[in-house]
Design a protein around this ligand. Structure first.
Ligand code: PLP
Length: 279
């Protein structure tokens, strides 16, 4: 089992993580999760763009070129012989004796791993049970930081209520899932929260929006309320690992159930076609 550390691929048992790494002490870092289909990273350019966005918003610099990171990701895939899977990589601000005040003179730490993964066919077919809860996160959800306390608390709450994913709302306005973006369909119009500071602009979200235009759906990036979600004809989520997955029920701050509709199915097919064409 190999891992990525700085600009090298090394055996996992040779990895040394410093206790003074700011990622460890403060969650001071950013990350990406990239899907691998047939040994090839999917939508790599978009993930690298988003990494740059996260870095610049946090006053961090990415110490390697995008080409170098892409090559390292390919090397990791090959070393670990990943055919269908995912790559996680993170960049922390660097190593420094614990101090809230970060230094601008420390070297960021890049690390990552790979994991085999298959799309969950059962969820794709029959949909997920979800849990609606309050969005307690900070106001920079557009940054893909490794600081995920709000998200992980919501996910645990969902699981404790026998749900697969948590959905979140801020005072009645629906934002996104704990690790996914949320879409609804009402009267043949598709809605999703606009890419503001209140959500992470998912790569799968962006691709889904583009595909919706291509199949001539009407799509609006507009926030919707809990009540509008309740009245929706179709609900689905998107993410790197879950692609386009239907939602069949919601419990918690909202109770609703849905049948899986034609727009969800069309976008699932469009997504599969698109990612096959990328190879
Ligand atoms: N929103 C949040 C909060 C996430 O953590 C994620 C992914 O983990 C997403 C949305 C979906 O983003 P992507 O499609 O890039 O995986």
């Amino acid at each position: 089992d190999y891992v990525l550390y700085q600009n090298r691929i090394i055996p996992k048992n040779e990895l040394h993580i410093d206790m003074d790494d700011r990622g460890y002490n403060f969650g001071d870092g950013i990350y990406e999760v990239v899907r691998v289909y047939n040994g090839i990273p999917f939508a790599m350019d978009e993930h690298l763009d988003r990494l740059q966005h996260s870095a610049s918003e946090l006053d961090m610099t990415v110490p390697y070129s995008m080409e170098t990171i892409e090559k390292l990701v390919y090397d990791l895939i090959q070393k670990n012989e990943i055919n269908s899977g995912m790559i996680y990589f993170q960049l922390t601000r660097g190593i420094q004796p614990r101090n809230h005040l970060y230094s601008r003179d420390i070297e960021p730490v890049l690390s990552g791993f790979s994991k085999p993964l298959e799309t969950n066919v059962e969820w794709q077919q029959n949909g997920l049970d979800t849990w609606m809860t309050k969005d307690i996160r900070w106001l920079r959800c557009d940054i893909k930081t490794i600081n995920l306390l709000g998200n992980i608390m919501a996910k645990r709450e969902a699981s404790d209520n026998n749900c697969h994913e948590a959905l979140q709302h801020r005072e009645g306005l629906v934002t996104e899932g704990s690790s996914s973006n949320l879409f609804i369909v009402k009267d043949d119009v598709i809605y999703t929260h606009p890419s503001t500071n209140l959500i992470l602009n998912g790569i799968t979200r962006r691709i889904t929006i583009r595909l919706a235009y291509q199949i001539e759906a009407t799509i609006k990036e507009k926030p919707f309320t809990l009540e509008e979600l309740k009245q929706a004809d179709e609900v689905f989520i998107t993410s790197t690992t879950m692609e386009v997955t239907p939602v069949r029920s919601i419990k918690g701050d909202l109770t609703a159930s849905y049948s899986i509709g034609p727009w969800t199915r069309k976008l699932q097919h469009a997504f599969t076609d698109y990612r096959k064409k990328q190879q």
